[in-house]
Design a protein around this ligand. Structure first.
Ligand code: SF4
Length: 314
């Protein structure tokens, strides 16, 4: 059976989307352009989001960044050896807030990346409060002939949660950024955390409705992972009862319930996160992401369901 996205996979996989759009496998190359974050440097807040990995904010980390084009060259070289058939790449600016700089500086970073041979586009991860009309107009101009995605950290659609995790912005800011990007013809992605303290299944079910009404193209889901050394790790130590600890099976059954209500036009890039074995405060699932994904697909089959089966526009 073919699903609305034209494949027989029971959810709209982002990998399938890229293959459909570009006719071949496209490899993402993660690039660090040395940005910081306004929720760290005091312009929005200090201390950052409570779950944010402090180690990433070691000052030597960013200053030791290689030039973007060098990172691309090394990434392409690495993948050429590993996956001989890959010929197209997307540069993924993931770390921190990749629009947190004046426009002229952004141009100096993104122009060379887009001109690099075999790089067909960029995915720019950022906070919803780190874009403005000028920046969005710039990306909209690029999007006329390149593959451009602005990937926003959404994390929760509830203001009380955003406040509790010290995001430094509300959900209306997120909605506005996504709508303004889409209105200009820029593709949009979102990142959601499932399992933040104070939230429960009914909140995540309602979130599917809220998200589905946004003009998003891609979405990533992560289960909450509490990283050692974060403010959230201290909160967990003092109040473990506030946190849900999903087994993999519980989480994947929940994800199945959630994506049944998710807009079938959104491609799903991830359904769960991965962190290093010794990074988490809680014991992880001890299983590779491809195995998690395989079990997820099996659950969809066992339950004879698929993304968007219970989705309605109203
Ligand atoms: S917005 Fe991102 S980089 Fe900034 S503090 Fe929060 S999680 Fe960390």
């Amino acid at each position: 059976m073919k699903y609305p996205w034209g494949t027989d996979r029971r959810y709209y996989s982002y990998t399938d989307y890229l293959k459909q759009r570009f006719g071949e496998r496209v490899q993402k190359l993660t690039v660090n352009a040395g940005f910081t974050c306004p929720n760290r440097d005091g312009s929005v807040g200090r201390g950052g989001c409570t779950y944010c990995d402090n180690r990433a904010f070691n000052p030597s980390y960013n200053s030791s960044c290689k030039p973007v084009t060098q990172q691309l060259a090394e990434g392409i070289e690495f993948h050429k050896i590993r996956y001989r058939r890959v010929k197209k790449y997307v540069a993924y600016f993931q770390a921190y807030s990749n629009t947190y700089a004046p426009l002229e500086e952004l141009k100096k970073i993104y122009q060379p990346a887009l001109e690099y041979p075999d790089v067909i586009g960029i995915v720019v991860g950022t906070r919803p409060d780190c874009v403005n009309a000028e920046i969005l107009d710039y990306f909209a101009e690029l999007a006329k002939d390149k593959y451009i995605v602005l990937e926003y950290g959404i994390e929760s659609v509830l203001d009380k949660t955003l406040q509790a995790i010290n995001r430094g912005h509300d959900f209306e800011t997120t909605r506005f950024a996504i709508e303004e990007s889409a209105r200009r013809g820029i593709r949009t992605g979102g990142h959601m955390i499932i399992g933040l303290p104070g939230e429960e299944k009914s909140d995540w079910m309602s979130a599917m409705k809220v998200l589905s009404a946004l003009p998003l193209n891609n979405i990533k889901f992560h289960q909450l992972q509490i990283i050692k050394g974060t403010r959230m790790a201290l909160e967990f130590r003092d109040h473990p009862e506030r946190f849900r600890d999903f087994s993999m099976e519980e989480y994947l059954q929940l994800m199945t319930d959630l994506i049944e209500h998710l807009n079938p036009a959104f491609s799903i890039e991830r359904i769960a996160g991965e962190i290093g074995l010794d990074m988490g405060v809680r014991k992880g699932w001890g299983i590779r992401y491809d195995q998690v994904l395989r079990r997820f697909e099996t659950i969809l089959e066992e339950r004879e369901t698929w993304q968007g089966r219970l989705y309605s526009h109203t």
